[in-house]
Design a protein around this ligand. Structure first.
Ligand SMILES: O=C(O)CCC(=O)C(=O)O
Length: 193
């Protein structure tokens, strides 16, 4: 179904539940998506009074980090919906399982700090566009951290479920070139609080 990370050395603590699929979309599809993303009214990621360097647009649901709650957002647009369907097929999910898409722009020097995704969401998939990034994972092992880095190439898709999603934290260090991503998420349950 999907490319597991079997090519990696056995010493790497590969997070269970992490999938990676290079060339999930074509170069032409990437160009079309980049044009759409550049045309979006992206807004700086807001955390209380702080603004992140990355800019975002949410569809389906929007997570309000200041008030710690989900809010309804515009439906996934026509140009994103077919890719959500492709992700559902890739992951063996039922049609319509992906109900949220987050578009993110990382200008050069922007990144995202260590975190796990919100518990209101379940499975998480990320389509990388424009440039590569180091997608880092860490988890506590006694007094130390186990670490793992996925080199997420443009046009690739990663998927996080199981431990990769719920135990490991992930982050992206400052990117070296303009990068966009579309993060697709399923919902943890139907009761959205
Ligand atoms: O840009 C990405 O691929 C990751 C985004 C992410 O981790 C998040 O929005 O929580």
């Amino acid at each position: 179904m999907s490319a597991q990370l079997s090519f990696l050395p056995v010493d790497d603590p590969e997070p269970r539940g992490l999938r990676y699929q290079p060339d999930f979309i074509s170069v032409g599809e990437e160009q079309e998506l980049l044009a759409r993303l550049r045309a979006l009214p992206l807004v700086p990621f807001q955390f209380g009074v702080y603004e992140g360097k990355r800019r975002i647009a949410s569809f389906g649901w929007r997570y309000d980090v200041t008030h710690h709650r989900l809010e309804a957002a515009d439906e996934l647009p026509d140009w994103i919906a077919p890719f959500a369907t492709r992700v559902e097929n890739f992951a063996g999910l039922s049609a319509g399982a992906i109900r949220h898409a987050l578009c993110t722009e990382y200008e050069t020097g922007a990144g995202i700090g260590w975190h796990r995704d919100r518990p209101q969401f379940d499975e998480v998939f990320g389509l990388s566009l424009g440039s590569a990034c180091k997608f880092r994972f860490r988890r506590k092992a006694g007094a130390k951290w186990e670490r793992f880095t996925l080199n997420a190439q443009p046009r690739s898709l990663y998927g996080m479920s199981g431990e990769a999603r719920s135990v490991w934290e992930h982050s992206i260090p400052e990117v070296e070139a303009l990068r966009y991503s579309i993060t697709f998420r399923t919902m943890a349950n139907e009761r959205i609080a």
